[in-house]
Design a protein around this ligand. Sequence first.
Ligand SMILES: N[C@@H](CCC(=O)N[C@@H](CS)C(=O)NCC(=O)O)C(=O)O
Length: 203
Amino acid sequence: MPQPQLALYFAPGSSSMAVHIALHEVGAAFESRPLSFWTQEQKSPAYLAINPEGKVPTLMVDGNPLTEVAACLYYLARAFPEARLFPEDDLAAQARIISWMSFNAARLHPSRSQGPDIANAVTRLAENRLGNGPWAAGDYSIADIHLFRLYWRFRNMVKPAPGTYPALDAHHDRMMARPAVIRTIETEAALGYEFPENKPSSK
Ligand SMILES: N[C@@H](CCC(=O)N[C@@H](CS)C(=O)NCC(=O)O)C(=O)O
């Protein structure tokens, strides 16, 4: 099968980081299309024509936009099966991965903007669910990439006291040792994390 033409619209440190990591995990050639949240490039008419929600990620696949982290991760895992990010022949394991990614997208991510009580309560659910790991759904998979990005951001922003989320911390550390994660973080950090709460008032 010829390799699809891939391009990733992303903003450093945001949800799109998960797709960025997966692109490196599968070893795909892709074009980087960084957007700046500070200058609201994600709301520009040109980008809204591609993704009317004005959010990242958008993964362009042969010129067609694919949105939502879970869908982009699923696409990459299935398009590059040799990376073994999705078990091709284990229905129960596939369902566990979908279950985790549904939880990540529907509970964990939204909880970040629902106040500290809800954010902590849902993070506690993730912690208990992960248990002793090492990975979310058996072998390493796209569910781990999705979960990692959400906890990575939470950990850097909220700075929970050491020992609050030991399973998530251990998972985070395992992920941080992966070359695909290291490469993604180096690339995105070099561009600058433009989180709205860090925006200098002068800019
Ligand atoms: N449900 C979407 C959420 C994507 C999302 O919320 N992206 C945020 C960054 S983490 C974004 O682009 N925000 C820009 C904005 O809302 O202006 C997914 O999982 O891909």
